[in-house]
Write a protein that binds this ligand. Structure first.
Ligand SMILES: [Cu+2]
Length: 112
């Protein structure tokens, strides 16, 4: 009886901490050889996308709906914090054949 309570109490505390820190995951989208990878990614509001540009060219991740426009210098990693939910098609302004889709879910359980 007693040992079980001793084990469960710290576990409950740990779960509470995990749910607090669960706001804001980090997703990586890599750009290499003029390709976004993964081209289809999912995230949630509050998450951070790290755009990892492995090319020696500058790129952009430009949302077609105007939500964001991230300039990506060569060989740099640029963060973007997602503030709006939606399915966002994006492309590179320098290389219009470079395309991707980012699906941003609303954050659940968010306190206002
Ligand atoms: Cu580009």
């Amino acid at each position: 009886m007693l040992p079980r309570q001793i084990i469960l109490a710290p576990l409950a505390a740990l779960l509470t901490m995990l749910s607090v820190s669960a706001q804001g995951a980090t997703i990586e989208i890599t750009i290499e050889n003029l390709v976004f990878s993964p081209a289809n990614a999912t995230a949630a509001v509050g998450d951070t996308v790290l755009w990892v540009n492995k090319d020696v060219f500058a790129h952009t991740a430009t949302a077609r709906n105007g939500d964001w426009d991230v300039a990506q210098p060569p060989k740099k990693t640029v963060p973007l914090v997602l503030k709006k939910a939606g399915t966002i098609d994006y492309y590179c302004r320098h290389h219009p054949n470079m395309k991707g889709t980012l699906t941003v879910a609303p954050r659940t359980g968010q306190k206002l």
